[in-house]
Design a protein. Sequence first.
Length: 198
Amino acid sequence: MITHLHGTVCAAGATWVDLDLQGLGFRVLCTPATAAGVRLGEATHLQTHLVVREDSQTLYGFATSEERDCFELCLGASGVGPKLALAIMSVLSPGELAATVEAGDHKTLTRVPGIGPKGAQRIVLELKGKVIGFAGTGPAAVAAPVSEPWREQVSTGLQGLGWSTKDAEAACDRVAPLAETEDNVAVLMRAALQTLAK
């Protein structure tokens, strides 16, 4: 099991980072916020989870050990694979997920791409009591539903790329109409970057 990587960022996309570890390259799939928080040519440290399949070995990376542990916990729920677990972590922080599950808030979970009402009910049922350890971790870890989970992800990512808080929030305001019909954070991040590039 590869639990973490420390290396130089040699490339990055909306949902992945390439790390160079003394000549050995690793591609790590991650949330848009994690990808946006790294800088090309600089050293970074990622907590990781390795998924081994018959035809592939895929590394998933996280900014904190809490995010990785929460990702692994999500994998234990029926019908939740690595891609869906990563989508959950892209929309909700560990603390927000804990608050959502413990409150039985199915509606907030359905904001995650790929999770419908029945899936949300199943996840809440299976994770209730298991995520309590993440309560109080991460930003906005409160019992109330998260009104706009995409906004924090996009704003943090833009600030990680060097834009000011004011510019990041302005970009979020400009893509807010798109967010009413589009819940993919990566798509919203790209749209926000396009507004800043004009």
